[in-house]
Design a protein around this ligand. Structure first.
Ligand code: AMP
Ligand code: MG
Length: 402
């Protein structure tokens, strides 16, 4: 049996080759950029108005005020966005200009329409502007040749907007791994079947697939496989051909019908570790097979989800190119006592709350590894390391926030 820290290290030390693919920008949301993006032009490429108003020479309206309006002559028709003006502004004159329109020659600022009263061929200006007021300058957002986006940047809607503004249709991203999910157990029922004594519906392959989906990786469900070595071997082989990571739930403990570990070793998978000094999820196993990774996850519905959170998700994120692999964690204070066995690490499902700038946590209730609703109530997992015993009210612990 190994420690939580050792198990995490062994999983994350895994070597793999990153696959990089060209992705249309709208399909790249949530993925990680696998190249630097340099701007091929200035954005914007021309000085333009930030307001609907009048392009002026700031010096002409110096001192303008409600009680001291200044008159300017309108030198030409209004400049809409998208047109290049051919009128030039001379001292004492102005031109109506719309937001985004090119600044006419001679002007250096824009007075807002709201600060002006139009009177036929002239305007009264009620507020002064400084040179540059309400003007957006060429290159003020992005300068040509600047590295606007760096390799490893997570692609957000704003990143996609910047790519679009630079005229970039596709970008290089890290290809998310494909992840196979196999639920093992003779007692498992498809979810549309009626429950019978002795049987449970397969919830693990659903919660796992959803956890995979949440990472942005691709999942492939292989449904329920009976506790039979030959059947298991066949589906494992098929899933290993089609995926980069394979997750098996159940059958990895020491029961009479737990065949997953032997079957994997039979196929030639290398066991990296089996059994971790933790609760829930002690039977967790990790294997490598050629360039594939295999997790033998415990069958209990809470254990399966917690092991995914702690070990599988960070590996998936690493393969997806993320620099940040783990959930944010906070230091929080226990609101009540937690019975906790010394000598074994514990991941408790907790409700985390913030009061006066401090975090506190309380139990979601029954902590059994079959109480799946505890995962619904939880917004955090508190980590109690193996060297502490009972957690007293007021003691502090690290809590992973979801
Ligand atoms: P095992 O690790 O195979 O001994 O399973 C441990 C516990 O988890 C048993 O109570 C199983 O019935 C339950 N279990 C195993 N697989 C699943 C699954 N796919 N969905 C829901 N419960 C499961
Ligand atoms: Mg089983």
């Amino acid at each position: 049996m190994i420690s939580v820290e050792e198990a995490k290290r062994l999983v994350l030390d895994s070597r793999f080759e990153c696959k990089i693919i060209k992705t249309p920008i709208l399909d790249s949301l949530g993925k990680v950029l696998a190249e630097d993006i340099a701007a091929s032009e200035d954005i914007p490429i021309y000085d333009n108005s930030a307001m609907d108003g009048y392009a002026v020479i700031a010096n002409d309206v110096k001192g303008a005020d409600k009680s001291y309006p200044i008159t300017l002559m309108i030198a030409g028709g209004s400049i809409p966005a998208g047109k290049v003006p051919n009128t030039e502004i001379e001292p004492g004159s102005c031109i109506p200009i719309m937001t985004g329109a090119v600044m006419p020659k001679g002007s250096d600022s824009v007075v807002m329409k709201e600060d002006v009263q139009r009177d036929g061929k002239s305007i009264l200006v009620f507020r002064e502007v400084k040179p540059g007021d309400n003007v957006r300058y060429r290159g003020e957002d992005i300068k040509k040749s600047d590295i606007v986006l760096k390799n490893s940047e997570v692609i957000s809607p704003a990143v996609i907007g910047v790519l679009a503004s630079l005229g970039i249709r596709t970008v290089k991203t890290f290809q998310p791994p494909r992840i196979g999910v196999i639920a093992t157990g003779d007692e498992l029922l498809e979810i549309d079947k009626k429950l019978k004594k002795g049987m449970v519906r397969d919830s693990n392959s659903y919660s796992l697939s959803a956890q995979i989906m949440e990472t942005g990786a691709e999942y492939n469900r292989y449904g329920i496989i009976r506790d039979d070595e030959e059947v298991l071997k066949k589906s494992i082989k098929k899933a290993l051909k089609e995926n980069d990571i394979l997750l098996l739930s159940g059958g990895i403990s020491v029961g009479d019908y737990d065949f997953v570990k032997d079957t994997l070793e039979d196929i030639g998978a290398d066991l990296i570790f089996w059994r971790v000094n933790q609760k829930p999820g002690k039977p967790l196993a990790f294997f490598k097979y050629k360039d594939r990774f295999i997790f033998g996850l415990p069958g209990n519905p809470v254990s399966v989800m917690v092991c995914f959170e702690i070990y599988v998700r960070p590996l998936i994120r690493k393969m997806m190119g993320f620099e940040k692999l783990f959930r944010a964690k906070v230091i929080a204070e226990a609101l009540h006592e937690f019975r906790n066995k010394k000598g074994r690490a514990n991941f408790a499902r907790v409700i985390l709350e913030k009061k006066d700038g401090k975090y506190f946590f309380s139990s979601t209730g029954m902590q059994g590894s079959g109480i799946l609703t505890s995962m619904v109530k939880a917004n955090g997992i508190a980590f109690f390391p193996s060297d502490i015993g009972d957690v007293k009210k007021g003691n502090i612990a690290e809590v992973y926030v979801f």
